[in-house]
Write a protein that binds this ligand. Structure first.
Ligand SMILES: [Zn+2]
Length: 73
């Protein structure tokens, strides 16, 4: 078991630095499907990646009528 707690996306390849650099996570926009984050190179500030994180359950799951849900017997 290795400890990768902080390795989720701390290093990303930066096209400007031409190497994997530490990145900072920045909330870019909140989308219906989740929060979109930018990963910004901590050296030069170039956006080297992005990611959509789901935090809240999708609203569609709540709008399904109860009659359509499978029943547990
Ligand atoms: Zn960079």
């Amino acid at each position: 078991m290795k400890q990768f707690d902080q390795l989720e996306a701390n290093l990303l390849f930066c096209p400007k630095c031409r190497e994997a650099t530490p990145v900072r996570k920045r909330l870019l926009i909140v989308l219906p499907e989740g929060d979109k984050f930018d990963y910004v190179c901590s050296r030069c500030g170039t956006v080297s990646g992005d990611k959509i994180e789901r935090e809240a359950p999708p609203m569609a799951a709540r709008s399904i009528p109860a009659a359509m849900l499978p029943r547990n017997r």
